[in-house]
Structure formats: C-alpha cells, structure tokens
Design a protein around this ligand. Structure first.
Ligand SMILES: Nc1nc2c(c(=O)[nH]1)N[C@H]1C(S)=C(S)[C@@H](COP(=O)(O)OP(=O)(O)OC[C@H]3O[C@@H](n4cnc5c(=O)[nH]c(N)nc54)[C@H](O)[C@@H]3O)O[C@H]1N2
Ligand SMILES: Nc1nc2c(c(=O)[nH]1)N[C@H]1C(S)=C(S)[C@@H](COP(=O)(O)OP(=O)(O)OC[C@H]3O[C@@H](n4cnc5c(=O)[nH]c(N)nc54)[C@H](O)[C@@H]3O)O[C@H]1N2
Ligand code: SF4
Ligand SMILES: [Mo]
Length: 737
C-alpha cells in the first residue's frame, strides 16, 4: 500500500532564528522537517535547516517517551517524585482555587510568574496577570536582548536595530557574539559578506570561529567592554573619523560625549581591558572608515554588570559613524502596523497604578520598570508600537519569597523556563521556590524546576499548536504557522498550549469577558484581523504564512527619532530624568581582581559563562539521545598552560568553585582563551539521573548557575540585570570520578 506524505508549513521554535520549515507528515505522524522550499532565499534557509541538529532530531523529540502527556499533581512531599496524572479540568480547578486563597490572604502581588527566552505566546500570560493584579513578572528578558532594547528605545526612540548584514555590508563588528554556535542565519550572512570583501572585527575573550576569521580580534578581559567601546569613541572623535553631518543634524550631546571620552585614552584602557592600545585604535579606525558597518552585540555584552553602559557606548558607535538605517548597515524596524501587537493583547492598562507600583525592584532599577517605560513611550510610541512589557527584578522577587520583604510572595507560575538551571545563584532560587505555597510549571518535560512543583502541566509544542512570530513586536515581518500534528490523542496524551492555561485559569477567576477566543488559533486570528484576509486559515492560504513589507532606508529623515529631543541622544535625557548618568561610564565588574582583590586571592581565575554550543539550546534537548551523543558532557574551556600548571589534563573532570559553591565540568583544552580566564557552559542537568530530591536530575552537579552571582548590589543599577560573565573562580581536578 502506498502511503502519502503530506507537507505542512510551519515555523520552528527551537531557536530564535525561527526558520520557516516544511513538516513531512505520514498518517498523522511527523516524519521529518525540512526547509520551506517556497521561501525567497530558500538556498540560505536550506543551509541552515539542513545543518541543524535539532531539526534533524524533530521526530525523536516529538515522540520521546519522557514527554509530559497529562497534568501531574504532586502526591508526596514536594520534590519526592511522586505524581498522579489528573485531567486538565481538575488541575485548572484546583490551581484556581489555591490562587484565590493566596490572593485573599496576601493580595494578587503575592503571585509571581517566570518566563524564559520568549518561545511561546507570552502576551496571554501577561494578560492573565494584569487582569489578576500582579506586577511580579520575572523573566530572562531582563538579561537577554532586553538591555539592548531598553537602551535603543531610550536613546534612539526606536526598537533595537536589526543587523542587516548583507552583500553591501563593508564592515561587521561582533561584540560578545558567537554566531556559528548561536545564530546560524547571521553566521551564513557573515560568510557571504566576507566573501564579498567585508571586514570583520571581533571583541571576545575567546578565539571563537568568528574571531579566527576576523581581520582584527580584540581579546579583552571579561566584563570590560564599556571601557573598550569608550576608548574606540575616543579614537574616532580625536582622529575626527566620525560622520560630522549626521552628528550635527541628528545627534544630541556630542560635546558632552567628547568630554567623557577623554577619560578613556587607549593607553589607559589597554591596562583595563588587556587589549593593546594600538589594536584599539586600529579597530576604531577600521570600523569608522569602512562603511556601511554593522555592529552586533549579544550576550557577551548583555550579561555584564556594566551592561547598560556598555550597550549605550555601542549604540553611540553606530550613531556617530552614521551607520543608522542604511542598506548594509543597521536597519531600524517597527512592528507591522497591521498586526495587533502583543502589547495590546497584554492589557497593561488593566493593571492599576497602585499594583504597578508594587512591582518588586521597580523603584530601584528604573529603566526596565514602569518609570523607564513611561518616559520612553511618551515620545517613542509611534516607532516602537505601544510600549513594552516591564519586568520585576528576579533576584529581589526570589528574596521576597524567602524573607517576606517587601511583602510576601507565595506562589509562582513558571512557563517556558527552567529557573533551577538558568537563573543565577540556584541555591537561593531553590530555597525560594521551596518556600512557596503553590508552584506550577508548564513544560514538555519533568525538568529540575518541574520536579519541585505542586502541579506540572503538559505543553503542546510548536509542532502541535499555531503561532505568530514577529520578534516580540519588534520586527516588521510577520510569520504565521498552524499546528502540523494534533496535541491530543485519546487515551495517550492531552497537551495544551499556554493559552489554554491562562484562559482556563482566567475564566475560573472572574476574567471571563476578557477571554472571548475559545482557542489559541482564534486568539491569533484576532491579532491578524486587521490584515483583512479573513480567518486564520484564510490568512494562511492567501499569504503562505509570511508577510514581508518592503524596506525603506533613513526613515528618520521623514519622522525623526522618537526621543525627547527628536535626535539620537548620545547624552540621554531619559537616563538623566531617571536619576542615572546620562553618558556611559565604565566600572569594574563587582567581582574582579581589581574590585575584589581579597576574593581574587582565593579565586584567581576569571570565570565567564554561557558559551553557546550545538546541538543544545540552553537547558533543553539533553534527553534526546542522538543529540546527547554529539555532546555528552558539560565542558569548561581552559588554556592548556593554566591547566597543566594545575595538573589538569584535557578531558579531566574539574571543580569550578566560586564564593558561592562548586560544581564540576570536563576540562577542554583551548589555546584560544587567555590563561587567566576560563569559560564554562551553562544549561546542564542530566535527565537520566533520578528526579526526586536530592538528585533533581543532577541539578547540583554541573549547572554553572549554582555558582553564579545574583546579589542585587552586583546587578546593573539601571536595569537590574545580573552578571553572568566576568566573575571569579578557582579550578582544580576532581580526584575520583
Ligand atoms: N550562567 C548563565 N546563565 C544563563 C545564560 C548564560 O549565558 N550563562 N544565558 C541566559 C539567557 S540569554 C537565557 S535566554 C536564559 C534561558 O533560560 P530559559 O528560557 O529558562 O532556558 P531554557 O532551557 O530554554 O528553558 C526553557 C524551558 O521551557 C520549556 N519550553 C520550551 N518551549 C516551551 C513552550 O513553548 N511552552 C512551555 N510551556 N515550555 C516551553 C523547555 O522544555 C525548557 O524546560 O538562560 C540564561 N541563563
Ligand atoms: N545552540 C544554541 N544557540 C543559541 C542558544 C543556545 O542555548 N544554544 N541560546 C540563544 C539565546 S537565548 C541567546 S541570548 C543567544 C546568545 O548568543 P551569544 O551571545 O552568541 O552566546 P554565547 O556563546 O553564550 O556568548 C557569546 C560570546 O561572548 C563571549 N564573552 C564572554 N564574556 C565576555 C565579555 O565579558 N565580553 C565580551 N565582549 N564577550 C564575552 C563568549 O566567549 C562567547 O563567545 O544564543 C541563542 N542561540
Ligand atoms: S532549531 Fe534549527 S531549524 Fe529550528 S529555528 Fe533554529 S536553526 Fe532553524
Ligand atoms: Mo537569551
């Protein structure tokens, strides 16, 4: 019998590239996914999807026996690993009842929610919490692209730029970015533009694949980016390499910037950053004179204590060289005007001013809270959409769970995140979550975080649910996809998208009038309605699922910049109003040989964490055998010179110890790292180890966040972001393992 293969279009959600893909379905079952062959530029898409290990393992992932299938209710002590499968209705009834009780006893603000790196429809979660009355939304957005977004909205009045690396790009500067491992689309684009003759400058403490191909590699001391960029600004100004016309017409505060930059001559900055002064000058000259140029900064910069200031300096570099909104440079985007924005769906106006004020951390870290958002949206609204979601300060919220200060936090609903692995200082996070009266997790797997929950709810993946993707209101293109397989199979599984959770709880808690859409598909159709194509299915038929508006350059010439002065604010009046330094300033990482010499005596090496690697995505995919075989163990990169001095051989298990504790990873000899620095991977837990305490799937074994720092004093004082890079540690061999 010939069985037919049906091809359905979708958008992969296993990383932020969001490739358009084709799902090949046989008898209702997924066989494989391939690139979308109808897409313009399919050649590049093919190279990405075909080389993607996660895409190749799609069916193995989807039908994995460990997937969660029905809601689980804890029947033993929390963390004992004893569960009972229950229906969705029972789970929603019971969770809603408990939430009611907590609200009555402590107020809605006692219910927090945590999210991860934006891989689901978070707008409905925020809608639920705004209607409930809680401002305590914590998430990775505060340290992952949030800092860039906040600063660009504040100083440009525009969302952050889209690095339009293309054939016309002449110079690319990668700041703390590792695209071959983390962003394959960008990597492909870099390879192509290098072939066309573009120059490449890389700022990274490690010799990444990009650094190995760079014209100039600046191997800096972790945590010192801000000083380096200010020094490049110093060179560009003192050698008059800036775009005078653009600066005169479109920049505010150039003189004050020039004065500030005088504090950062390359000779002085060479001592701070370890980068030779002449190399700083060369990089500044190359970037300023090779146009159009694109800067891409990612987590090497966003994860620093000094991040907001470093990002401010980085955006100044783009501005004073006139690389804004030009073909082959950095493109300014706005949300598509015909798509109903996530922000609108969130109903932020429903959260009363009194409850908004209670957001934990809002008074202290103002740029990321309502204070910053209100100032930004006053002038930037038409460029950035209606506004952006604000975050409570996660380390302060976890402390409130433990101490009851500034008020008790008694419940948390975690969706699409794994805080026990991805939040800093996990011992504290663990203690905080264990002290809650109610903890609920919605996920595909029993992760370490899920293992200490009261209820765990099974999630429908992107293959099992519809979706809209436009980079959280910041991209002008729109991708839409429908489910390619069913999330339900009688007697076998009943997985549901997050939307069903929020709607289910919402209607049980008096929010019925705000949840008119019975399903996620109906809810998404409402967002698409202004396009005028009809239903969700009609939209898909008529558009193929993709809308790409034509690009326009130098839009600011028509509409200006959405800042209080109408110009790019090199000197930020918004930061000034919020009570911060209006210009970027370098300060030492809070835990460095310079700022904490006493600590450095015992912990002499500089620790940087993250280091994206294939085939994994953060804490995911460790249970997929074909992927795990490609990368079985957690790795820490150490220079062979340092390692041999410490009696450590390549492949040895080593302890990585900081003032907060120790964990072990395997040493990978790497000559491309400075002998004074080590780089540890993050995201490690071991699904194959027992789930019950004290194991929690080995969450204490190799998870670098057991030893990272979340001290509010050490966070960026403007945004609240925590330092994941530029810490101190010592490393020594594990004797018996
Ligand atoms: N030390 C250190 N820590 C870091 C970093 C670092 O570099 N160093 N990086 C930080 C950064 S940039 C980020 S973005 C964070 C990532 O932090 P997280 O987002 O918490 O990380 P993930 O491991 O991706 O966790 C996502 C969880 O949600 C589940 N999931 C995936 N998709 C969905 C969905 O659609 N719905 C639901 N309900 N669940 C879903 C996955 O199975 C997984 O368990 O980690 C941060 N932590
Ligand atoms: N395979 C895979 N891809 C991913 C992810 C994943 O988990 N796995 N996660 C996704 C997410 S959410 C994100 S945010 C992106 C992150 O993508 P990237 O930011 O590219 O991720 P990393 O490799 O952690 O960090 C980038 C570089 O920062 C360098 N670095 C460390 N400390 C410093 C410093 O102090 N200064 C500078 N300038 N550089 C430093 C590191 O050596 C590293 O090469 O990747 C996305 N893509
Ligand atoms: S996981 Fe692979 S296929 Fe999916 S979006 Fe990322 S690169 Fe594309
Ligand atoms: Mo991220």
């Amino acid at each position: 019998m010939i069985q037919s293969i049906e091809v359905k279009k979708s958008v992969c959600m296993w990383c932020h590239i969001h490739c358009r893909v084709e799902a090949h379905i046989k008898d209702g079952r997924l066989e494989r996914i391939e690139e979308d062959k109808d897409l313009p530029g399919a050649e590049q898409a093919r190279a990405i999807v075909r080389a993607c290990p996660r895409a190749r393992a799609a069916a193995e992932w989807l039908y994995h026996p460990d997937r969660l299938n029905y809601p689980l209710k804890r029947i033993g002590e929390r963390g004992e690993g004893k569960w009972q499968a229950i229906s969705w209705e029972q789970a929603l009834d019971e969770i809603a009842e408990e939430l009611k009780g907590i609200m009555e006893r402590y107020g809605a603000e006692a219910i927090a929610t945590s999210s991860g790196t934006g891989r689901t429809h978070d707008e409905y979660r925020i809608r639920f919490f705004n209607l409930l009355g809680s401002p305590n939304n914590i998430g990775q957005g505060l340290i992952c692209y949030g800092p860039g977004s906040m600063v660009s909205r504040a100083i440009y009045g525009w969302p952050d730029f889209y690095p339009a690396v293309g054939r016309t790009t002449r110079c690319i500067m990668l700041l703390g970015a590792n695209p071959k491992q983390a962003a394959r689309g960008l990597w492909q684009a870099i390879l192509i533009s290098q072939r066309e003759g573009a120059k490449l400058i890389v700022v990274d403490p490690r010799r990444t694949d990009a650094a190995a191909r760079a014209d100039i590699w600046l191997q800096l001391r972790p945590g010192t980016d801000c000083a380096l960029y200010l020094s490049m600004i110093n060179t560009i100004i003192s050698e008059e390499l800036y775009d005078k016309d653009f600066v005169d017409r479109w920049c505010y505060g150039f003189d004050k910037l020039a004065e500030r930059a005088q504090d950062y001559p390359p000779e002085k900055v060479a001592d701070i950053t370890w980068v030779p002064a002449e190399r700083i000058r060369q990089a500044a000259r190359m970037y300023a004179t090779t146009k159009p140029g694109v800067i891409v900064h990612t987590m090497g910069v966003e994860h620093l204590a000094n991040c907001i200031e470093a990002i401010h300096a980085r955006y100044i570099l783009t501005a004073i060289t006139g690389n804004i909104d030009v073909r082959g440079g950095e493109e300014m985007r706005s949300p598509h005007h015909q798509l109903r924005e996530e922000y609108e769906i969130e109903l932020n106006e429903k959260l009363s001013p009194e409850q908004k004020k209670k957001q934990i951390g809002a008074e202290r870290f103002k740029l990321s809270s309502k204070y910053g958002n209100e100032l930004i949206t006053k002038t930037a609204k038409s460029r950035i959409g209606s506004g952006h979601t604000t975050f409570a300060h996660a380390p302060s919220v976890y402390r409130a769970m433990i101490t009851g200060k500034p008020y008790p936090v008694k419940a948390m609903l975690t969706v699409a995140s794994n805080p026990l692995v991805t939040q800093p200082n996990v011992k504290l996070v663990y203690k905080a979550i264990k002290s809650l009266e109610l903890y609920v997790v919605h996920d595909f797997w029993l992760t370490p975080s899920a293992e200490i929950a009261d209820y765990v709810l099974p999630c429908a993946s992107w293959l099992e649910r519809p979706g809209i993707f436009n980079y959280w209101d910041s991209a002008s293109f729109v991708h839409v996809a429908d489910a390619v397989v069913s999330p339900k199979l009688e007697g076998q599984y009943d997985r549901r998208p997050d939307y069903d959770l929020w709607r289910g709880l919402g209607i049980r808690l008096g929010q019925e009038e705000f949840w008119p859409w019975l399903s996620l598909k109906e809810a998404l159709a409402y967002r698409l309605e202004p396009f005028g194509f009809g239903s969700f299915d009609e939209f898909m038929q008529k558009t193929g699922g993709t809308i790409r508006p034509a690009k326009e350059e130098k839009k600011y010439e028509k509409v200006g910049f959405g800042t209080p002065t109408g110009k790019v604010e090199l000197y930020s009046t918004i930061l000034e109003k919020l009570g911060y330094d209006p210009l970027p300033k370098y300060y030492e990482p809070p835990e460095s040989p310079v700022s904490a010499p006493q600590v450095a005596k015992d912990y002499p090496l500089i620790l940087t964490t993250g280091v994206r690697h294939q085939p994994f995505y953060h804490s995911e995919h460790r249970q997929i055998d074909s992927l795990r075989k490609q990368h079985p163990d957690p790795l820490v990169q150490i220079n062979p010179e340092t390692a041999s001095r410490l009696g450590i051989e390549d492949g040895d298990w080593v302890w990585i110890e900081t003032p907060r504790g120790r964990i072990r990873q395997r040493c990978q000899y790497f000559k491309g790292i400075d002998p004074r620095v080590v780089a540890a991977q993050h995201g490690w837990w071991f699904p194959e180890l027992p789930g019950e305490e004290p194991w929690l799937h080995g969450v204490w074994e190799s998870n670098i966040n057991v030893v990272t720092d979340d001290e509010p004093e050490h966070c960026n004082q403007i945004s609240g972001g925590w330092p994941l890079r530029g810490l101190l540690c010592k490393v020594y061999k594990v004797k018996h393992y």
